[in-house]
Design a binder for this molecule. Structure first.
Ligand code: NAP
Ligand code: MG
Length: 404
């Protein structure tokens, strides 16, 4: 029997809900605990426990992430009206992802997991494209008015002394619409730093694009802040790492992305990131084949799956029916977190294990053993469709061969 890998610093473990909570346990039992002396600080973000603790557990888990630097999170329910009755909730608790994102002030990076047999629709995409989405402000924190009829609309700013800057937006001749939005230099700076750090960390070029030719103050400020921070703090490190930062117009970026080979990070403003991440992830296959990590400007990492709790499968599971839920994104959340913990602690055995776990997962799929969602889109023949647990057991078999 191989000796188990030791961990010096605990990993912050955030458990979650429904089908992903079931997968979480299966992954720990089959793919982690037999190999690692798993050292985690456990936070149960399952909805029942969030409700019992008045959601204090979510904030506690974010504080722990700040303390230790690396967390791994299971998908969680964001309550809505239906969940209020289903779980007999005291309050409609906020999205845990929102709470954690606000506490860590992070940027979310999402990249597809590339596997032979699950080809992207865009034929020239050979390597993954990582999307970095700014998760604050713009149209997501807007103020809107439906203009009923003729009149003048102004943009007004009043400073603390009551002095005003006032610009005419439009003189309406009839009905119309208005929208006001904002961002802050602080948030844009955090976004820029998270992107530069992530590019260095993963040794990939960084692309950034906005519409600064049209939006000469708003979007231009994003462009300027990125450039200033790059020149002052990152230029040398980028040159040393042999990677590039480049800025272009958003329409040019879209055209280039479609022709590119992949293997770079595409930083997007909030709205562009929302839309483009859905485009990139569906072109690459499925949300269950995406890695997702929240990176804070001071270097805290929280790894998660990009999909939800797969509620429909969970209800089947509760009825005793067989499920074929894809655990790849959740496995990669664990491997990503373990590798990062290993890097920070200079624990090579832990990093090597994370590599082996990812390799075993990919090799298993490439050998034709997969869950139903992938079987429906694969170009491989002679596919064996496995149930949720069967797939994890098949990965364990591959992993044992790899480690032997
Ligand atoms: P979902 O969990 O992402 O699932 C939507 C559908 O996508 C599933 O019914 C399934 O399709 C397919 N799917 C997603 N992940 C899959 C996987 N790993 N393997 C196989 N198929 C997969 O979204 P939802 O059902 O709309 O949301 C459920 C709950 O998740 C909600 O309460 C929501 O608040 C929460 N949520 C959490 C997060 C997060 O914590 N990061 C993110 C999004 C949503 P078929 O049914 O056709 O097989
Ligand atoms: Mg979206």
């Amino acid at each position: 029997m191989m000796e188990k890998i030791k961990m010096t610093t605990p990993l912050v473990e955030m458990d979650g809900d429904e089908m992903t909570r079931i997968l979480w346990k299966m992954i720990k039992d089959n793919l982690l605990m037999p190999y690692i002396d798993l050292n985690t600080e456990y936070y149960d973000l399952g909805l029942e426990h969030r409700n019992e603790t008045d959601d204090k557990v979510t904030m506690d888990s974010a504080i722990a992430a700040k303390k230790y630097g690396v967390a791994v999170k299971c998908a969680t329910i964001t309550p809505n009206a239906a969940r209020m009755t289903e779980y007999n909730l005291k309050e409609m608790w906020k999205s845990p992802n929102g709470t954690i994102r606000a506490a860590l002030d992070g940027t979310v990076f999402r990249a597809p997991i590339v596997v032979k047999g699950i080809e992207p629709c865009v034929k020239n995409w050979e390597k993954p494209i990582t999307l970095a989405r700014h998760a604050y402000g713009d149209v997501y924190k807007n103020t809107e008015i439906k203009v009923p009829g003729a009149g003048k609309a102004y943009l007004v700013y009043e400073n603390e002394n009551g002095e005003e800057v006032k610009e005419l937006i439009h003189e309406f001749k009839g009905a119309g619409i208005l929208q006001g939005m904002h961002n802050t230099n602080k948030s844009i700076e955090s976004f820029a730093k998270a992107c530069f750090n992530y590019a260095l960390d993963t040794k990939q070029d960084l692309w950034f694009a906005t519409k600064d030719t049209i939006s000469k103050k708003y979007d231009h400020t994003f462009k300027d802040i990125f450039q200033e921070i790059y020149d002052a703090e990152y230029k040398d490190a980028f040159e040393k790492a042999g990677i590039e930062y480049f800025y272009t117009l958003i329409d040019d970026a879209v055209a280039r992305v479609m022709k590119a080979k992949g293997g770079f990070i595409w930083a997007c403003k909030n709205y562009d990131g929302d839309v483009m991440s859905d485009m990139v992830s569906s072109a690459f296959g499925s949300l269950a084949m995406m890695t997702s990590v929240l990176v804070s400007p001071d270097g805290i990492y929280e790894y998660e799956a990009a999909h939800g709790t797969v509620q429909r499968h969970y209800y089947k599971h509760l009825k005793g029916e067989e499920t074929s839920t894809n655990s790849v994104a959740t496995i990669f959340a664990w491997s990503g977190a373990l590798r990062k913990r290993g890097e920070l602690d200079e624990n090579k055995a832990l990093c090597d294990f994370a590599d082996a776990l990812e390799k075993a997962t990919i090799t298993t799929i490439e050998a034709g053993k997969m869950t139903k969602d992938l079987a429906l889109i694969t170009s491989l023949e002679n596919v064996e469709v496995l149930n949720s647990e069967g797939f994890i057991k098949a990965i364990k078999e591959t992993l044992d061969t790899l480690l032997a």
